[in-house]
Design a protein around this ligand. Sequence first.
Ligand code: SRM
Ligand code: SF4
Length: 563
Amino acid sequence: MSNEAPVQLTHNEDIKAAIPTLAGTIAATLADAGADHFSHDDYEFLKFHGCYQQDDRDLRKTGKKYIMMVRSRIPGGVMTANQWRVFDDLSARHGNNTLRITTRQTIQFHCVPKGNLRALVQGINESLLATLAACGDVNRNVTAPPTPAYTRARERVYADCKKVALALAPKTRAYHAIWIDGVQLNLEEPENKNFADPLYGQRYLPRKFKTAFAIPPVNDMDVFTNDQGYIAIVENEELAGYNLAVGGGMGRSHGNTQTYPRLADVIGFLTPDQLLDVAKAVLTIHRDFGDRADRKHARLKYVVQERGVDWTRAEIEKRAGLELEPARPFRFTTTGDLYGWRQAVDGKWFLTLFVETGRVKDVEGHRLKTALRQVAEKFTDIEFRLSPNQNVILANVLEEDRDALNELLAEHGVKTGLRQTTVLHAAAMACPALPTCGLALAESERMLPGLVDRLEKLCEAVGLAGEEIIIRSTGCPNGCARPYTAELGFVGKAPGRYQIWLGGNLAGTRLARVWKEMVKDADIETELRPVLTRYANERFNRESFGDWCERVLLREPETGFSI
Ligand code: SRM
Ligand code: SF4
């Protein structure tokens, strides 16, 4: 008899196994006009359908107002002009009239009343996009380079991104039944009760799973922060194959050393025809070895860290029935977007527009939402591409349309030059946090623009005016805006208090480290002034802030900075 205590699976595991179609009682609650929210179990099922039940945290003192967040699934972040127009409509009719571009190239709708949920999800599906598997214990939106400036091989990589997204999509019938037909599946019918997804089985994954494609030298995808990353090796403008990176992830919890951010390891090279077999092999390792007893410790990165890279490679090779070749040389140099107008490799033009914290909205003097809507109406062949830096790229623009597009955007106060904002703002990202995110411990999206203004003044004062520093903030340690690969990261710990991380690099190939545990918002400049002053005085010629931090940290490993 074994002495080991039986493993207690999480409640999520029980409910997935009990209702493997993931239908829950969602359709019944949707149909019940008197119910203002879903049950706890349906809250978990809804995530697989791309919906989160939230409450407006600004109103908590006076009561609980339930609102829904809906996340779409947009492989590679590519939308047609018509899809953008439909999304714009849907946000006005069913949400808070904003579109939130996410760090994984999707769009979120916020503040959706429960009564509008079905119409919104239906509308998204009618535009030929979906929300299934935008969240939940499955493969999430597959990301791919949106920028058409560098290589013709991007089109091939984007096609592979869509192929993987399709191959790893769950097959439940419940999604269509609930959102399109509006019917509650009979859970007692054997075909529903005994349903098993061909890839995921009945329990799906122990936790979320993320896949990204990147094309060196640009790491706009932050590819090493994904469970699996495919780094394109392009030779003579042809895709030779991919280096596979496995075991990345950002999520952690304060004070829980079992959880940590981790960058993926590059473990080998595969040819394009091996892609689907490898992608399924990596995913099923997570499925079969991930921790189903502790959701905080349930990501693939912990399997890779604890069992080792060699074990992981061997397991992938066994499952995929192939041998990975040694990884081929590659080099990343930047994670940034190319702002302004540029010519694409096919001779057409594209325009990258800065979107502060990814929030597309109208404000006095800068009516970005209306402008983009009109662009979508007038230039119907333009593609809207979402960047993982929370920006929007208008692609496939003809030379003869550029002036009219510039004019339209200018009429709404939207700049189109290379410098649409200051250097610090252009390189900053924030997660939504308050008031919508139920996990936020501190402000992020509402706080970051003001903080960047303040840091800009500080940089000016210490002789760093116009110098780029990648700044990212999150309202909690889950890492949604990837603060652990930033040069300067703010991670919410409590209202108005942040942990400060330093030392990520421009290429997204190095993790930052904790520098200060708990800094009051009002004290941030006081804390950072001596660091930035030293950086200004001591850096080598073009040494970036993150590199300088890392060089000092490495020199003073025990104490961190000595200022
Ligand atoms: Fe995230 C949970 C927002 C990218 C790690 N994330 C959440 C939730 C859904 C909160 C919740 O569970 O109740 C947030 C919704 C807030 C709101 O009100 O909208 C949320 N995550 C976001 C977005 C919108 C941030 C953004 O600024 O764009 C991003 C949506 C991506 C998408 O379109 O699919 C987003 N989240 C990320 C990333 C970055 C990435 O994937 O490149 C990460 C870090 C990478 C990773 O997965 O490790 C990330 N989100 C998390 C985690 C921590 C997971 C973990 O390993 O522990 C949570 C918490 C959870 O899952 O329980 C989380
Ligand atoms: Fe919410 Fe935390 Fe993600 Fe920010 S990092 S959106 S606060 S879960």
